[in-house]
Structure formats: structure tokens, C-alpha cells
Design a protein around this ligand. Structure first.
Ligand code: IVH
Length: 687
């Protein structure tokens, strides 16, 4: 076998493994390997494809990380229009819809499917000969935008489907940003002074419509498929429920909360049940969709205007409440940002008591015209972090209303009380504050401000950063207070004896902590960059930087110009990085981290060691547990190769029921090891 053929084989093997693990992780939510091992496979594939570009195909999982920026989105004509849904707002209306509809089909009773109405962005995905060829937005229902490159980056969208799929078909679904991702994104945007996304729908749309797919790739977008648009040349099930099952079997992600029901009363129960439980969902749902299951009944009913008669949306009531905004207080963030937040009269929203909410920045507060003493609407759109929407009309019009919010005024007020000075000062350390040109946030000027140092320690040890279990908010504060840790590098000089001097710490927890610190030394470069808490560098940006620099020294030496050659980096971020690495204290921290062995390099690919690496299998006869194709997939996923003919290179011939004569004879002639299906199953670790 020549070199290229060998590489090709390895590439195919890697693709099969990665696709399989993607499916486990993103569709089944049940990963089998660690993130690090997964990254290892991706790196190896990427390197091989870089070295042998002829072997790079558009369906490769590496192509999800984002191709070159698209100049502008093209237009896609939808073959069948993407409809919207009619709404009902009460149980009576829901029942009325059902009665009306059943009368139209001569009082037939029919099964219903209930689904969540996901708050995201509708997309249509076209597959031709098993490959994803086009991904489009809904647009006006007839023409949408071509966002194929961006949708390729959504891990739960299959880039290709099995041969059993129809030669040409279109599926429809909702692309969304889970609540956690939405909040993280907004927090990062607030820190950068960018306008916030009002809801997950806007955030998903904003992410998917990025001109640079690499940015889309960094957002944790997900999809639930909810319809088959059309299918050509394949037998397709004739009920919605079975169609969803069918799409699931092709690898599409279907919401596990969908149900098939027999009566409209049950649909009403589904609605009531989820109205209460929706807070706990990891995604935002704004209601339920009730669909008639039978496709022939759907066809009979048809559409009216842009809406099908066979489906209806029943929205959840809003989780809003009104309460008094007692005052606006200020906290100090890790980069010294002075963050305003609302302190409110405690109020229960959707079963959770709320008394505080982030207010992001002065501009946002003024834009919403939020003032101390106002009655305000607050909203918990299901997530943990509540949002202040704005004052009630009564408060807005009240003649006794408070003054428009001014951050400097507020700081002056606090420092009068706390430091007896008539100046806007940091509410934590009393240092001067400043606002960089073109930014919306004010900052504390003292890098040694205890609140900042503690927040930096917290960030450094947090889960998305160096992930040091055992150092959370309270522990970071304690270590700092006792003078054991003055900056993040000090963490690596901590000794067990130091920890034992702390009241709450015993032998066992001291050992655990030391071990956790030691373990954090081999975190990735992306995590370390993020952990440093450079202004404007969130996880997304840290990931991009780690792809472009070999280590922290390389990044520290980068000029503003070099940084700005990276498409996602503009002048503000470049400036922030250069400024960070100019500061003596930071260079000192980095030098000490290096000395302590906290020095990740940009990842270099090394072939993953897998249980069947270097082993070649041939299967003859019929297997009971799975088809031959699946058996081949399994072998490949474990690092082995699967062939159709026995050669000198074959290590095992798996002998199933009614084996073919020629393979057996050849194996006997060559002395190839023969194994039974049971032995094979053991070998692949499933026995
Ligand atoms: S079915 C013809 N199912 O709601 C029926 N839509 O207002 C087409 N949506 O544009 C839609 N979750 O973006 C359907 N489970 C679900 C949905 C869903 C969210 C969105 C979809 C559509 C809008 C209609």
C-alpha cells in the first residue's frame, strides 16, 4: 500500500471515530471518551488533511470549525415554503381548534403529537446523496439565506447520513442556543460593551448569521429537527411521529420530550405539565406545538394563509413579575470593571425568589430608563439569572420619580459614606476610577484591588478555566485574606502545611486540594489564556488565540498588527492583549507559572492509541448482533481496519452464520486467525 492510500485509510478511520463520538456527545448526550481524547482525534485529522489537501472532503468533521468567512449570504429558494404557526391563547381556544379541525375531516379522531416550541431560528437542511448540501434560514418563508457554512459548525447537525436515506430530502428544525450558552454570551458581550441579545432566539440568529463561520463554530448551538420538508426517491413513513423516529435513526436530533397522544385533553395536560416544568429545561421553549400525526389527514387539511390547519402553537404564559427596585449597587469584576446590579424587594417569579439582577452597564440602564425606587418588570425566561426589563408605566410617569442613573454619581455617593470623600472612587478599595475611550464600562485603577484579585483567583480556578476543584469563591477569599495567595501564580507554590494552617482544612482536603492544583498543570493553552482574565478575552476568544499562537510567550510577544491579522480580532481586543503583556506584574506571573510547569503548548497531534490499532478484520457470513456495516464501523472506531477480502495483512477472520467458502479457504491457506462472533464482540469490548 502506498503512502497516500495509508493516509486515506487513517483519515477515513478518524472520520468514522469522530462522527461516532460527535453523535454520542451531541445527539445522544452520552459521550464515551474524554474531551481531551476527542481533541486528539480532531488534531490528528486536521494535521493529515493539512498535509494532504487532496484528501480533504467537505463532509469532514474538521470542516465544522468554520471555513473562510463568507463574503455575504446568498439566497436559497425554498422548494416548499416554510410555514409559520397559528396560535391559541387558552384551553378553550385549543379545544375550539381541535373541534373545528376534526369537523373538516368529517369528525375523524386522530392521534396528536405534542412538542415544545423552541425559541430559536428555523432552518431547512437539504441532503443530496447522503451529504448536507444546503442549510438555509426561513427568511420570508419562500426565500431564505444560505448559511450552509455556518450550519456545518453545529455539532448536532449531521454532515452526512447513511446510504439508507432518500437520495434527496430536506429536514426542518430549530437551531437554538441553550440557556447556559446564551447567558455566557451575554455576559461576555456586556464586558465588551456590546449590545446584549434580548433572548436566545436573537442570540441564535446572531450566531448563525455571522459572516465568519469560525465565530459560529465557537457558540454552543444545537438543533432539534421537527419536520421532514420533502423526500425524493425513498419510502417515507406516513405519520409525523414515525417520520421523527425515522429521522432519528438517520442521526438527526429529535427532542426527547416529544410525545404522541390520543386526545386533546392529553395535549392540554402536556401543556399544563410543561408550563410548570419549563424552567428546568436547558433550552428556552415559549410554548407547545400540537400537530396532527397522520400525514394523510395533514394533506387533507392543507394550509390557510401561511399557516397549516393541522398544527397549532399554544404559548406559555410569560414568567414576569413586578417588584420595587430598592437600589442600584456596584460590584467590582476581575478586570476592575465596575458592574451595576439591581437590589430588589424579594419577589417570586415562576417559583424562584429573586432579589438581585445584573444591570450590565450604565448605557443599558439609561436606555431602559431604570431608576432607583421604580416598580420594575423582571423576567426569568427560565434561566437562573433574572433580567430587569424596565419600569412600569406608572413608575415612568410618577412625578416623584428618582433621578436618571449616573454611575459616577453613584460612586460618589458610596465613597462619601464609605471613605468620606466627595469623589467617584472604587467602592471596594477607594482607588480612582476611569473609563477608557470608546468603552461603556468604568474601571477601578488599582490592579491590586482586593475585590479584583479575588475575582481573578475565582476565574482562574473556575470550571471553564484551570478547573481547580476546591478553590471556589469562599476558598479564594480565604487564601487571599490569610496572605497565602496574592496572585494566581502563588497557587502553585501552596504547600500542604500552608493549607493546614487554615481552620476549615483537614489532612484529607489539603491532600485533595494539592492534587487538584497539580492536576491543573496540564490544562490546554486555550484554558490558560482564558484563566488569565485578560480584558475582553472570554472563552471564545481564548480558543481562537490558542489556535494562532504556540504558547504564552508567543502570544506575549505578538504585536497589535500581528494580532489583527486574525479575522475575529479587532483593534480593541488586540490593544487589550498588548496592554496586558506590557505590565510587569503580569509578565512576572507568567514567568512564575512557567517555572511551576504550567506551560501548555499549542496542541500537537499524536496518533491516538486505540485498542484495535494496527489490526485488520474481515467478516464472513451473517452476524447476529449487528450488520456487517456496523461491525466495520465499530472496528474502525476502535482504530482497526475492516476489509472485504482476506490477505496476508488480515489479522482476524470473524466467522458468522453461513460463512462464504472463499474467505474461509483463503484464511486456512494463509493461517489467518479465525474467531467466532462471540469472540469478536469480546474483542471490541462489548461482550
Ligand atoms: S412546526 C408547519 N415545531 O415556530 C409547521 N415549529 O411559528 C412548521 N418552532 O417557524 C413549524 N419549535 O421556527 C414546529 N416543535 C416545533 C417548533 C417550531 C419551534 C418554530 C419554527 C416556526 C415557528 C412557527
Amino acid at each position: 500500500m502506498d503512502d497516500l492510500a495509508r493516509v486515506k485509510e487513517r483519515i477515513e478511520q478518524l472520520k468514522a471515530q469522530i462522527n461516532y463520538h460527535n453523535y454520542r456527545y451531541h445527539v445522544l448526550d452520552s459521550p464515551e471518551i474524554s474531551d481531551a481524547d476527542y481533541d486528539g482525534l480532531m488534531r490528528e485529522l486536521k494535521q493529515l488533511e493539512e498535509k494532504y489537501p487532496v484528501l480533504l472532503t467537505p463532509d469532514s468533521p474538521t470542516q465544522r470549525v468554520g471555513a473562510e468567512p463568507v463574503a455575504a449570504f446568498g439566497v436559497v429558494e425554498h422548494r416548499l415554503p416554510l410555514l409559520s404557526l397559528g396560535n391559541v391563547f387558552s384551553t378553550d381556544e385549543l379545544f375550539a381548534w381541535y373541534t373545528r379541525t376534526s369537523k373538516l375531516v368529517t369528525n375523524e379522531t386522530f392521534k396528536l403529537v405534542c412538542e415544545h416550541k423552541i425559541d430559536g431560528l428555523a432552518v431547512a437542511l437539504t441532503y443530496v446523496d447522503g451529504q448536507l448540501t444546503t442549510g438555509a434560514t426561513r427568511g420570508d418563508g419562500f426565500r431564505g439565506e444560505n448559511i450552509t457554512q455556518n450550519l456545518r459548525t453545529v455539532r448536532s447537525i449531521p454532515l452526512s447520513v447513511g446510504k439508507e436515506a432518500p437520495p434527496r430530502f430536506e429536514v426542518r428544525g430549530e437551531v437554538f442556543l441553550p440557556k447556559a450558552g446564551f447567558h455566557k454570551l451575554n455576559q461576555e458581550r456586556a464586558a465588551e460593551g456590546l449590545p446584549l441579545f434580548a433572548n436566545p432566539r436573537n442570540a441564535a440568529a446572531g450566531s448563525v448569521r455571522q459572516l465568519d463561520p469560525r465565530i459560529t463554530a465557537r457558540r454552543p448551538l444545537d438543533i432539534y429537527v421537527y419536520a421532514l420538508g420533502y423526500a425524493e426517491g425513498g419510502a417515507i413513513p406516513q405519520s409525523h411521529w414515525e417520520r421523527m423516529e425515522y429521522l432519528k435513526s438517520l442521526g438527526f436530533k429529535i427532542n426527547p420530550n416529544n410525545v404522541r397522544l390520543s386526545t386533546i385533553d392529553q395535549a392540554e395536560d402536556y401543556y399544563r405539565n410543561w408550563t410548570e416544568k419549563r424552567e428546568k429545561l436547558p433550552y428556552e421553549a415559549d410554548g407547545i406545538v400540537v400537530k396532527i400525526d397522520s400525514i394523510s389527514v395533514q394533506d387533507l387539511l392543507g394550509d390557510v394563509g401561511h399557516e397549516p390547519r393541522w398544527a397549532i402553537a399554544y404559548k406559555f404564559p410569560a414568567t414576569q413579575a413586578i417588584t420595587r427596585l430598592n437600589k442600584i449597587a456596584i460590584s467590582v469584576g476581575r478586570t476592575g470593571t465596575l458592574n451595576p446590579y439591581a437590589v430588589m424587594e424579594p419577589v417570586s417569579v415562576g417559583g424562584v425568589t429573586i432579589k438581585q439582577a445584573a444591570l450590565h452597564n450604565e448605557d443599558d440602564i439609561r436606555r431602559k430608563d431604570i431608576r432607583e425606587g421604580d416598580l420594575v418588570y423582571i423576567q426569568r425566561a427560565g434561566e437562573v439569572i433574572p433580567e430587569v426589563i424596565g419600569p412600569t408605566p406608572e413608575s415612568r410617569q410618577s412625578p416623584e420619580r428618582g433621578k436618571e442613573f449616573s454611575l459616577l454619581e453613584k460612586l460618589r455617593e458610596i465613597s462619601k459614606e464609605k471613605w468620606q470623600k466627595n469623589q467617584p472612587l472604587c467602592p471596594e478599595c477607594g482607588s480612582e476610577v476611569y473609563k477608557p475611550e470608546g468603552e461603556v464600562m468604568y474601571y477601578c485603577s488599582n490592579a491590586a484591588c482586593p475585590a479584583q484579585v479575588q475575582a481573578r483567583l475565582e476565574l482562574f480556578t473556575s470550571r471553564g478555566a484551570m478547573d481547580i476543584r476546591g478553590i471556589g469563591e469562599a476558598m479564594a477569599a480565604l487564601l487571599f485574606e490569610k496572605g497565602l495567595v496574592k496572585d494566581v501564580a502563588d497557587i502553585y507554590s501552596l504547600k500542604k502545611e500552608d493549607l493546614l494552617t487554615l481552620e476549615r482544612i483537614g489532612e484529607k482536603s489539603a491532600d485533595n486540594l494539592i492534587q487538584a492544583i497539580e492536576g491543573s498543570k496540564n490544562r490546554s493553552l486555550a484554558r490558560l489564556i482564558y484563566a488569565l482574565g485578560i480584558r475582553h478575552i472570554g472563552e471564545e476568544m481564548a480558543g481562537i488565540l490558542a489556535q494562532n499562537f504556540s504558547d504564552l510567550d508567543d502570544l506575549a510577544q505578538a504585536s497589535k498588527e500581528r494580532l489583527m491579522t486574525i479575522p475575529a480580532i479587532g483593534p480593541k481586543i488586540a490593544e487589550s492583549i498588548v496592554t496586558f503583556f506590557k505590565q510587569e506584574e503580569n509578565l512576572d506571573i507568567i514567568a512564575r507559572l512557567k517555572k511551576a510547569g504550567v506551560w501548555p503548548k499549542a496542541e500537537v497531534a499524536k496518533p491516538a492509541e486505540l485498542p484495535l490499532s494496527g489490526q485488520e478484520f474481515v467478516i464472513t457470513g451473517t452476524l447476529q448482533a449487528f450488520s456487517r456495516e456496523i461491525a466495520h464501523e465499530k472496528v474502525k472506531a476502535l482504530g482497526g481496519t475492516a476489509k472485504d477480502n482476506v490477505t496476508r495483512n488480515t489479522n482476524y477472520l470473524v466467522v458468522g452464520e453461513e460463512p462464504g467458502g472463499s474467505k474461509l479457504t483463503r484464511a486456512q491457506a494463509l493461517g489467518t486467525k479465525q474467531i467466532t462472533e462471540a469472540e469478536f464482540i469480546k474483542l471490541i469490548g462489548e461482550g
